[in-house]
Structures are given as structure tokens and as C-alpha cells.
Design a protein around this ligand. Structure first.
Ligand SMILES: [Zn+2]
Ligand SMILES: [Zn+2]
Length: 164
């Protein structure tokens, strides 16, 4: 019961946080990424704790509750692995962008002032080796799905298979 309330509270906080972030600070991607990691770790831990609690107090069907407990434990591990994989992937993409793509110069921004991914104007951008420039945040999201330039499809040196 207590853990149910905690899970609901965390979910409510998370949804509220998502709304606030999306309204007020659309560029705070890192912060919202870390919140989402924290949220999934916290809700995994609470889910697991809830089933453990049920296991401890339901002595009438020890075999079934033990089986459910094992299933729950397996789900916890799968979910944890997915969360860690997502986090590692995010960190590597951030590092890859910082290491490989310099900030766009004033001339670059004069030549192309809107980002081809979101069509918003750019005050700061990152330049790919092919010369195309994008918002850093847009590039980060793009690279989660694709390892080529969003405009000319030039292959980038980001190896998603190594990250996945
Ligand atoms: Zn953009
Ligand atoms: Zn390009």
C-alpha cells in the first residue's frame, strides 16, 4: 500500500516535471534525460520492493509467490539493463558530438540560420564534417536514430551498433 502510493507519487512528479520542462526549458535535454533515468530506476526499485513485500506476507501459496517473485526479479533485471543501455548510449552520443563536431562559426550561422531538423532559427549550432549545421539538441536526438547527416545522408563516424 505504502509502496503503491510512492510509485504513484513518483509517476505524478515525473509527469509534472516533464510538462514543466517541455514548457519552460525545451533545451534542457540532459536534465530531462537524467530525470527519466532516475525515474525508471526508482520505479523499478519500488516495483520490486512491492512484489518482495507481497512475497514475504503471502505464505499461503509459497510456490506460486516464489515463481511470481522470480518473474518479477527477471523483469527488474531486464528493465535495469535497458535503463543502463539507454544512459550509456546517451552519454556516448553527447561525448561524440563534443569530440567530433565543433561549434558552428558566425559565418556558418549566417549561411544557414534555421535548423533542418526542427526548422527553428539557430543562435548556436554544431557543424558536421559535411558542413551542415544543426542545434546540438536536435543533433543528439537525430543521432539516437540515425548515424548519417539529416540533410545529405553523409555517413558519420558514430557506430550505433557498438553503442547498442
Ligand atoms: Zn533544431
Ligand atoms: Zn550533411
Amino acid at each position: 500500500m505504502l509502496t503503491d502510493c510512492l510509485v504513484a507519487a513518483i509517476q505524478a512528479i515525473y509527469v509534472f516535471h516533464k510538462i514543466v520542462v517541455s514548457i519552460s526549458r525545451p533545451s534542457s535535454d540532459s536534465f530531462s534525460h537524467h530525470m527519466s533515468i532516475f525515474y525508471s530506476l526508482a520505479s523499478d526499485a519500488l516495483d520490486f520492493f512491492t512484489s518482495y513485500h507481497v512475497y514475504i506476507y503471502s505464505r499461503s501459496w509459497p510456490t506460486i509467490s516464489c515463481f511470481v517473485m522470480l518473474l518479477q526479479f527477471r523483469m527488474l533485471l531486464v528493465s535495469l539493463a535497458e535503463t543502463i543501455r539507454k544512459h550509456v548510449r546517451h552519454q556516448r552520443i553527447v561525448k561524440h558530438i563534443n569530440d567530433s563536431y565543433p561549434e558552428a562559426s558566425k559565418e556558418d550561422l549566417l549561411r544557414q540560420d534555421s535548423c533542418t531538423i526542427c526548422w527553428e532559427t539557430m543562435e548556436k549550432a554544431r557543424r558536421l564534417p559535411c558542413g551542415h549545421i544543426f542545434h546540438e539538441l536536435c543533433l543528439r536526438r537525430w543521432l539516437q536514430q540515425d548515424s548519417s547527416c539529416a540533410v545529405c545522408r553523409t555517413a558519420l563516424s558514430l557506430h550505433l551498433s557498438q553503442i547498442a
